[in-house]
Design a protein around this ligand. Sequence first.
Ligand SMILES: C[S@@+](CC[C@H](N)C(=O)[O-])C[C@H]1O[C@@H](n2cnc3c(N)ncnc32)[C@H](O)[C@@H]1O
Length: 433
Amino acid sequence: MKNNSPRQLIWEFLVDTERSQGYINLGIEKLHQNLPEKERSFATELVFGSVRQRLRLDWTLERYLSREIDSELRELLRLGAYESLFMRTPAHAVVFEYVELAKKVLGSARSTMVNAVLRKIVANQEVLRDPNGLSLEVETSHPEWIVNSFAQIIQGEEELRAELHSHNEAAAVQAVSFTNLDPDEAQKDVRMPFGYSLKKPPHEIKEIRTGSGFIQDFGSQIIAEILLATDPERKYQWLDLCAGPGGKFTYLAHFLSKNQLAGIELHEHRSKLIRDRNPGYQITTGDAGNVKERLGEEGAEVSAPFQRILIDAPCTGLGALRRRPDARWRKRESDLKSLLDLQRNLLLSGAGLLDDEGIIGYATCSPHILETKVQVADFLRKNSDFQIHRINPAWIDSDYHSAITDQGFLQLMTGEHSTDGMFLALLERKKKE
Ligand SMILES: C[S@@+](CC[C@H](N)C(=O)[O-])C[C@H]1O[C@@H](n2cnc3c(N)ncnc32)[C@H](O)[C@@H]1O
């Protein structure tokens, strides 16, 4: 193991992750542990980049392949093509490194093919880098249905292109900490009350290791801040209806006491994560549509009705493609229908637990029109006792004001705001006459 080159370890990691249907962003730490420190950023770029650019790389390979190839060989060729086209590794090094690796892990027949294909790629790299004439799917390396989903909400081809390209860019890891972090380790962001961009890997920062700070995209922090702004005196009873794994819950819990904030989560292993991070808070495991009677069990102070309910609903996650490089290849348009049904039911469950004068914060980490505006319009049409509570721009930094829509929702976009593409609508039960 020790003598294996970084490229071999990277290739093995990608082949294993694909085989086990694991997640790249969750497994990369383990890969890092097997690599010398100086190779880690190279590995991150090669892994994340080659996975994001898979469609573009496969399109490139198809030009030079005359027959079907197996997935191990394809993964190795993708790595070589990525280094040649996107990392500008010298041509001779690309060919040498991957032919040697292929000889070792795939045998001489397949290494001959690696040699032939990579030689052609490096010889044509200038032409292959040129995006002119490519479809937007190939140019930006996104499946067609995802390109179409973004085309529905972004006006203008250049704006659409920029948004899609932004999903391929590496971004600083964002975190929240309620105590100051060392400026050598993390840069405080003036736009966020408690937000930092990390300068070091998370496990090297004491506050993150011990849980007093945690990784959280600014988009999620903005959602929590907006919700908190609707209860400036902290006088209401709050429920987080889809609380696991607990990022937003943990943010809210910093401001709301155990007698004020409760959570519901479908899966016990996720409930446990929230409890571990927030000892003493009441987390009920179960389907949000089914747990009303159990809320407030065991003598807890928090029970329905609630004045503030966060529904951070399961969704396609199209707003988080930058952070999850493999997500775009796993999601299917056919996943959408069951997610839309689930979101609709969660909104109804929330309405059933809400007080006469309460507000539901309905959030998704997807800007897909059906999961956001259309879902909300459908809810309002069927629930005439609700109306939109417009998000007040004064609650967030002016850099994010362009995310507030004409209807008073929040729609962050990765390209424009450098956050996850989070959506938030505040839905208020109308006051009785
Ligand atoms: C988008 S995640 C929430 C993320 C969380 N708010 C955070 O910031 O860490 C949605 C969560 O809803 C949970 N969930 C799915 N269906 C549910 C249901 N019917 N009732 C309660 N929770 C549900 C999922 O298990 C998942 O943990």
